[in-house]
Design a protein around this ligand. Structure first.
Ligand code: BES
Ligand code: MN
Ligand code: MN
Length: 475
């Protein structure tokens, strides 16, 4: 059942108002990873409530407790926003998830515009932190509800919203809440739709049936009681930075192979049928080169590269806290440095079976350095990989909706990124989860100059709305 023409025309007619609304959302710097922005994350929850309530959505802000900071202090976690619209037992109930927190962004990182001021260019690209990840999709759901309520069109399904503010920081508190509410708030849900991913390229819509999990580590190397002068103490004491760099150099090769023994044995074996699927996805190595802005792909073999993103693990080095990084030539020996890296997990890896391998390997390698510095290894956060069955009415409905809006068959893809809650929805609630993207592969989520094309925002809003109509009638 296609969406009513009145719905589609409302979306077209309100394009400017919808862009302005996305602008209001982007203007709240709800950076979950930065403690100084925690009040903004909480403000974002109230802002969402203020949009949903006038539309007749019953909103609850669920407190999920406190977050322990590395220094021992505690910070309030932002609330999970629950929303309920409709409770007609004759209709399906669709659970919609999105996150209202964003990654950090500073103009000095290389933004061409202020990251928290949504700025259109003449091609209709809307630049701003969170435009595609994940405020555009979140606001789109609100626009869809508005289009129905304002025009007195009955929604084809009951809606439950679950909107979180800690996704970019490991979704703390959410799993416990879902467990607690599985027979409460979530009881009537029939399926889940998450709009928090992207097309592979800039032309072909896709549906996503898998994401990788992750284990994020911090390795702390310390030695002297305070920072030292390298002239006085160089070649005199063991230096934590030297030890850390050596250790971090043993994690991954320049061609992407993880050097930790035993991890490869945890990866689910590849079948010929699965390998074939990677050949037909509309995703060329040149798309990757365009998205990253350089000719640096690991191999000319397309299935190898796609599998590196979709079905194999990866290990990335992210940063070193405590290292000198400012301008000039400070001659310091840092007293304590923390190396950060993460591993993207795939079936059948879990944080539980990966952690011991990582810890043993790093401890052994550290021992080989014969240093008197001390080493501490911590897992900061983790989440399991998720793969769904795309042969389900939830996916069939999304395929139909995509064909209606974009006049194209969507590719079925797995994604390299992580959304920790997907597996919890699937396992704890026993529901089929669909990832239905709005943005494009070159949107630059987490990067400088993140954007969402107006085309994708508006057509994507139609797509999500149309999906609700299709899901209502697909079995
Ligand atoms: N929207 C992304 C997840 C994603 C990334 C989906 C790429 C598809 C392609 C999400 O907001 C995200 O960034 N997740 C984090 C989770 C992590 C902090 C546990 C990620 O993947 O780094
Ligand atoms: Mn996201
Ligand atoms: Mn993200």
């Amino acid at each position: 059942m296609p969406a009513p023409a009145k719905f589609i025309s409302y979306i077209d007619a309100h394009k400017d108002a919808f862009i302005a609304r996305l602008g209001e959302a982007v203007a709240i710097p709800s950076v979950s990873g930065d403690p100084s922005h925690r009040p903004d994350v909480i403000k974002m929850a109230s802002y969402i409530k203020s949009l949903l309530e006038p539309l007749g959505v019953k909103v609850e802000l669920k407190d999920v407790g406190m977050e322990k900071q590395p220094d021992g202090t505690e910070l309030p976690l932002p609330p999970v926003v629950f929303g309920t619209l409709g409770a007609d037992p004759k209709k399906k109930t669709v659970l919609l998830y999105a996150h209202y927190d964003v990654q950090p962004a500073l103009v000095s990182d290389g933004w061409n515009t202020d990251p928290f001021t949504l700025t259109p260019d003449k091609e209709g690209r809307l630049f701003g932190r969170g435009s595609t990840d994940d405020k555009g999709p979140l606001i789109a759901w609100i626009n869809i509800v508005e289009a129905h309520v304002k025009q007195g069109i009955e929604l084809p399904v009951n809606i439950k919203f679950c909107l979180e503010g800690m996704e970019e920081s490991g979704s703390e508190g959410l799993d416990d809440l879902i467990e607690k509410e599985k027979d409460g708030f979530f009881k009537s849900c029939d399926c889940v739709c998450i709009c928090d991913n992207y097309w592979m390229n800039d032309r072909t819509p896709c549906l996503t049936y898998g994401v990788r999990g992750m284990s994020y580590y911090r390795i702390i190397v310390s030695g002297p009681a305070r920072d030292l002068h390298s002239g006085l103490f160089g070649n005199t004491v063991h230096e934590p930075m030297t030890d850390l760099i050596l250790l971090m150099s043993k994690l991954v090769t320049p061609s992407g192979e993880i050097m930790i023994p035993g991890l490869d044995k945890l990866v689910a074996p590849l079948t010929d049928a699965e390998k074939k699927r990677y050949e037909t996805i509309d995703f060329a190595l040149s798309d990757i080169e365009e998205q990253v802005g350089a000719k640096i792909v690991l191999s000319d073999d397309k299935p190898r590269v796609l599998m590196g993103r979709m079905r194999n693990p990866s290990l990335s080095l992210h940063g070193i806290e405590g290292a000198f990084y400012g301008p000039g030539a400070k001659t310091v020996i840092p007293a304590k440095v923390q190396g950060k890296f993460s591993i993207r997990l795939v079936p059948n890896m879990t944080p539980e079976n990966v952690d011991p391998l990582v810890i043993k390997y790093l401890s052994d390698e550290f021992a080989k350095l014969k240093t008197k510095s001390t080493l501490k290894i911590e897992n900061i956060h983790g989440g399991k990989a998720w793969v769904a069955d795309p042969d389900h009415w939830n996916f069939r409905a999304a395929i139909k909706a995509t064909e209606e809006v974009y006049k194209k068959k969507p590719d079925l893809t797995r994604e390299g990124g992580s959304i920790p809650v997907t597996l919890t929805f699937a396992d704890v609630l026993g529901l089929n989860v669909l990832l239905l993207p709005m943005g494009r592969g070159d949107d630059g989520a987490h990067s400088t100059n993140e954007k969402l094309d107006t085309y994708n925002y508006i057509e994507g809003t139609k797509l999500l709305g149309t999906y609700l109509y299709e899901v209502a009638v697909t079995n």
